[in-house]
Each structure stands twice: as structure tokens, then as C-alpha cells.
Design a protein around this ligand. Sequence first.
Ligand SMILES: [Zn+2]
Length: 564
Amino acid sequence: MNSPGHPQRGRHTPRFDATDGWNPLTLGVLAGVWIAALSNWPLWRALLALPETASLRGALFVLGFGVMIAALLTALLALFAWRFTIKPMIAFLLLAAAFGAHFMGSYGVVIDTTMMTNVLQTDPREVRDLMSWRMLAGVGALAGVPLLLLWRAPLARLRFWPQAGRNLITLIGALLVLALLVFALFADLSATMRNHRSMRYLINPLNSLYALGDLAAQSNAKPAGPPLPIGLDARIAPRAAGARPPMMMVVVGETARADHFALNGYARATNPELRALDVLSFSRVMSCGTSTATSLPCMFSHLGKADYEARGRDHENLLDLVQRAGMAVLWIDNQAGCKGLCARVPNAFARDAVAGAPALPASLCDGEECLDAALLHDLDARIAALPAAARERGVLLVLHQMGSHGPAYAKRSPPERKPFGPECTTNVLQQCDHQALINAYDNSIAYTDHVLAQTIHWLKQQQSGFDTSLLYVSDHGESLGENNLYLHGLPYAVAPVEQKHVPMLLWFGARAADDGQVRVDCLRAQRDVALTHDNLFHSALGVLGITASEYKRPLDALAPCRAP
Ligand SMILES: [Zn+2]
């Protein structure tokens, strides 16, 4: 393994001469075996739990799969097996694999392009929520220990051509081993990957490398330049004489599950305040994605899920169209931002101070994070700052909640609003008592109930000037330990229904109902109709009374119940 000796070099010779350092290739092979065997424990745990691996044949398949991963990593590292590149490359792979193993093993998530997007778009507060001693221990064991050994390992001095030859032979050898194993295990391999599609996203750290490459390819594929405009023919439809301009509040929920809303039949009283208001709950609404980054742009797009995912160019969204039609638009965010949706319309973070308004009380904002009631705190002042002429034509407000964002569910409700106890207060969800975890989550839903009720009370105060309405819909759901899965963000095709079935609520002020614009009894009969995020764009245009060539009446959930 060591390169042939060099001539003696006098007093500047380092402590190790050519014969007693490590060859970079040896380190590469050892790192490949370490990562394949140990850093892939979530994959081995998942594979060994499958009924098809219970036999001897299955065990041999799992072993062969491990050798395949080691061979692939060895082939990759053979390309970098040079004095100055091997250690950084091994360090990168060790760290990527260790973090990947922690999140996959702890939360049952997998690492695909969507998850990588979430990781790259996340903000420091969310990272803090995910940090734990358990993570430090896991990453320390899987990456810290080998990194320490790697750091201390002296490297041999190499001559270029012999090392190039060794690297090439190792690369070819590793690829041959891989090819032979794929051939020998093809039947089991293809069946396992077909029947358990999420397994491929567990292969560590190749999943992260693949996702990063895919994201880079996507951003290269996307043409530069601003998004394509929509609603160039958008107009405000003529209103009946005496009718007020519309004020529509869209509340984008976060991580709320439809089946934890009492309005949808959940056994616990998670909706005590909304129950007392005349709120409609649609019981069968599916999300566009399983994460904020995928759902949010899709919800506000005119394209719908299928066309949105297949789009070649980015388009403007509902907010741009409503503004173009002449109405006032405002996005207020209490989370990680609007993912570019509000870039061309007035927007603010809930924690942003408003000039001349009293500061947010410490009970709402702790300096880093705000409870969702902060969204309402300066609403009047923020709306007063919008152009008056546009306000007179109509107003679209979007509140982007913190909602039930995990894993620190207990932080999503204030101490005085926790009907369910005791609460899980750690972010290591699988260590929590299951009922305590549900309690913390349900408290966040009950708090959302309170915030939405407050929002409706605020809207009622606007009724003298506006026809008011509220539409609440969550961006995606959440796994709370079903099948050992936690959080959200699994690829849509394999994600469980808990991550995709979302609550959607509708409320109309007295005027909108009285004017006969919508027949509420008719809507009530529609509550079990199957809907998706695809309906949001078109339903909102319907409520606001805006016509545009992008509007599709069949996707307007309210159209069947609107006066012609
Ligand atoms: Zn989300």
C-alpha cells in the first residue's frame, strides 16, 4: 500500500517519511466500509425489518447490498485518493452520512431533493429546534471518531504515476465488484426497490449527494429571468349596487392535520372557539406537497399540482394577479418566509415593528420567535399603509402561521393555553411518551383554533367597509409516530396520508352571506367533497370577484354555491 521510498531529505524531512504514512487509497477504502456498515444503520434497520429479508437469502442480500454501497463509495473516493484531496472528501462524506443517519433514524424522514431543499431553506431557529444531545452523540460517534483518527493519520508522499495507476485499478475493481453484485442480486434488488420505493432515499450519503446534484441540475435547467406574468387580463367583475368591496383573509396553516380538528370529528375539543362561530370545515382536502417549500408555491399557483411539478418556467402567483387586478395585497409571515411568493407585493414579518405602533409584548415574541397571535397585533396599521385606492377595490390578506411546526410542538402554544397535558417538551420525539407528544401537538391545534377565532373577530370589525371572508388551509400534515414516522417531507408518492390530509376552513361575514353571493347551506352540503390545494387559487378569485383567463370555474370549490 505504501509508495516506494524517497531519498533522504535532510533536516526538513517530516517525522514520517514515505514508507510509514498511509496511502490515501487505504483511507478511502476504510472510510467506504465505515460509512456503508455504520452510517447506514437506518437503511439496515429498515431492510432487516422487511419480511423478505428474514430468510438466509434475505440476509445474504442485505450483506451484498452493504458491499455494493462500500464499493460505490470506494470508487468515488478512488477519484480523490491524492494527498491533498482525500481527507477533505472523506470528512465531507462522513459528516453528510452522520447527519443523514441522525435525521433519518430519529424522525423516519428520508433524504431526497425536497428534503434537501428544506434543509437549504431552513432558518437558524428551525435548526435549533432540531438540535439535541442525542444528535451530538450520534454525529460524534459516526463522524467525530473517524474524523479524529483521520486527522491524526499521516499521509504517505506519493509519486504521481504509480498512484494514478493504483487509483485507476481500485476504481475499476470497485466498479467490477458493484457490477457483479448487481448481476447476482438483481432479482432481490429490483423487487425491494420497487416494493419499498423509499429505501433508495435511505442510502447514505449518496442520497444527499444525489439530492444536491438534482437541485443543481434543476437550478441550471430553470431559465434565468423573472417569473412569467399571469393575469394580464385580470379584472374586477362588476359588483351589485351597494355591495362592499371584498376583504379576504387567507390563513396558511403549518403542519396541521385534518384528523386532529374537532370540526372534522376528532374526539378531543381542539376547536372550542371555532365551533361557536359559523365556520365550514371541508373534511377531505389533500395537500400539494409534504413540505412548506413544495406546498406553498404550488398552492398559490394557477397551474395545479401536476402542471406545477412539470412546469418549465416559474410563473407569478395569486398575489400578483390580485394586485394586477387592482386590489390591495398584503402577506404577513410568522415563519421562515413566503418562499418568494410575496416578492412583488407588500409583505412583512409578524415580528417586524410598525412605525408608531406599540411594540410587540414579550408574551407574544421572545425576541426570536413569535406566537401566531402576533400576526394580528399590528394588522390595522399595516393595512392602513396599503394604497388607499387599491383598498377601496378590495383586499387580499395572507397570514402565514407558525401553526404546529415541529418537533418543538410545545413551543407553539403559550403557557396559559394548554388544555391538554402533560406535554412532551423534548424535540427527540421518539423518546417522548406518545400521549405527551399528542398532547403537545393538540395544544398547538387548539391555539390555532384560538388565533383563527381572533382573526374572525377582527374581520367582523371590518364588516362596515368590506364583505369579509376567511379561508384557512394547512400546507401539509404531520406524522406523529404512526409506523415509527415523525415530522413530514416524505416523497409524496410514498408519504402516509397523515402528511397529506389537511384541514381547510371557510368563514363568511354576515354581509357576504346576506347579499346572497354564496349560499352557505349549499356549501355545508359540500363539506365532504374531495378537494386539494389546486382549488385554492380559483376559489380565492371567485370569492374576490376577479375574472382572468387563468381562472378555472370547475376548480372553484365555491362556484356550485355562488349566485349566478
Ligand atoms: Zn410546512
